[in-house]
Write a protein that binds this ligand. Structure first.
Ligand code: PLP
Length: 429
């Protein structure tokens, strides 16, 4: 299949899959096997020398996972991708891959708590330091945080749970002026609503546990590269080191447009081992088939809910980029013309006891810590996802004490509004 000619809605069903190579199976087969027969010593040598593409052991590659990797690369407009066991594995491996050996990362504090904790507490123990950006809405703030030892800027295209938008183009310029890549977590919009490569990002990571999988069934993570960044610019000597014997060439020489993903596979997936299972890759592929259809409906529902909440007396503020007066509405027009995603947060105008009653009273919305499900979800980040952060860090992340985060699904919109309304009435009784 010549994928260049197909558009997103077709690629989400067919990208990366050639039925002819899989007994003409209509659905992508699940290769539920740990290992693959080598065939012959001759073949082994060709595979190990990167002269022939082949699978040896599922920790470093599997045909079902391969289709998922090719499909996300096609949807994103990238040159290569790698699938891993969770979004956190995707974030951690991407950052380790650039900053290993004592590098520094520049990032805003308004991040998903797992990524924040990784940068603040875990990576410093591996000699990787983070320089926090003072104002995530100001590209100059990113520039100020860069030092000669900075190896990448890392940020979320839509912040969790602040729902702020990254000025990708401006921040990418800052990164490139300093010869470092911009790595973005694009979990909330997905490539259907935003393709960060179009605006200069170099690496995109996903928690495919969220809208990409879309049904709350499967943990997974994806890393995609755009194939344009010059890893041979002197700042990343580990990309051109001859670590593994292969035709006496380094990875950059072997895979100039897929060196980031290949290096993650060899150094991190194979050696740290957070591998996605073939069955989970299949489930994520099933989710991707309906990505645009689900998200378009979720965006419609979310816009209605944002309007309803903005007029509610029990609500002190709503953070959703396309509502009136939102600080990011200009950026939303530029980066998210087809909708700002399915997640919003709002301030509950009341005390914790009322918030507790509100969450306990929801009947259609599920009270849980996930987002991007086709079912609607609610949580209070300060008590759940961001509960481990200090008060100061929680404020910076936008997980304010009274903030409720809603992830809107594809249910009937009136049922969703009725559910919120009856919960507000109970909470305020
Ligand atoms: N990135 C974002 C924006 C997230 O919201 C999450 C999880 O909530 C993650 C990464 C981590 O993903 P996972 O739970 O799949 O490890």
């Amino acid at each position: 299949m010549s994928e260049k000619n197909y558009r997103f809605e077709t690629l989400q069903l067919r990208g990366g899959y050639d039925p002819e190579k899989h007994n003409y199976a209509s659905a992508v087969p699940i290769y539920q096997t740990a290992s693959f027969n080598i065939g012959s010593i001759e073949r082994l040598r060709r595979i190990r020398g990167y002269e022939e593409k082949g699978f040896l052991y599922t920790r470093s590659g599997n045909p079902t996972i391969d289709v998922l990797e090719k499909r996300i690369a096609a949807l994103e407009g990238g040159t290569a991708a790698i699938a891993v066991a969770s979004g956190m594995a995707a974030v951690a491996y991407s950052i380790l891959n650039v900053a290993e050996g004592g590098g520094e990362i520049v990032a805003p504090a308004s991040l998903y708590a797992g990524s924040f904790n990784l940068l603040k507490h875990t990576l410093p123990a591996f000699n990787i330091k983070v320089n926090w950006v003072e104002d995530p809405n100001d590209p100059e703030s990113y520039r100020k945080a860069i030092t000669p030892n900075t190896k990448a800027i890392f940020a979320e295209t839509i912040g969790n749970p602040l729902i702020n938008i990254l000025d990708i183009e401006e921040v990418a310029k800052v990164a490139h002026e300093n010869e470092i890549p911009l790595i973005v977590d694009n979990t909330f919009p997905t490539p259907h609503l935003l393709r960060p490569f179009d605006f200069g990002a170099d690496i995109v990571v996903y928690s495919s546990t969220k809208s990409i999988g879309g049904h709350g069934t499967t943990l997974g993570g994806l890393i995609v590269e755009n194939g344009k960044f010059n890893w041979n610019n002197g700042k990343f000597p580990h990309f051109t080191r001859l670590d593994y014997k292969a035709q006496n060439k380094n990875l950059y020489e072997l895979f100039p447009t897929a060196v980031f993903a290949t290096r993650v596979r060899i150094h991190y997936l194979s050696n740290f081992g957070a591998v996605l299972s073939p069955f989970d890759a299949f489930l994520i592929l099933q989710g991707i088939e309906t990505l645009s259809v689900r998200l378009d409906r979720e965006v419609k529902n979310t816009e209605e809910i944002a309007k309803y909440l903005s007029k509610h007396t029990a609500v002190s503020w709503v953070s959703y980029p396309t509502i009136e007066d939102n600080v990011n509405s200009g950026l939303a027009k530029k980066y998210l013309p087809n909708g700002a995603g399915s997640i919003l947060s709002f301030g509950f105008n009341g005390n914790q006891e009322e918030i507790d009653t509100f969450l306990d009273s929801l009947e259609v919305f599920s009270f849980l810590v996930n987002v991007g499900d086709s079912k609607s979800l609610a949580t209070q980040p300060a008590e759940t996802t961001h509960g481990s952060l200090s008060d100061e860090d929680r404020e910076k992340a936008g997980a304010f004490c009274n903030a409720i985060r809603l992830s809107i699904g594809i249910e009937n919109i009136q049922d969703l509004i009725d559910d919120l309304e009856q919960a507000f009435i109970k909470a305020k009784k």
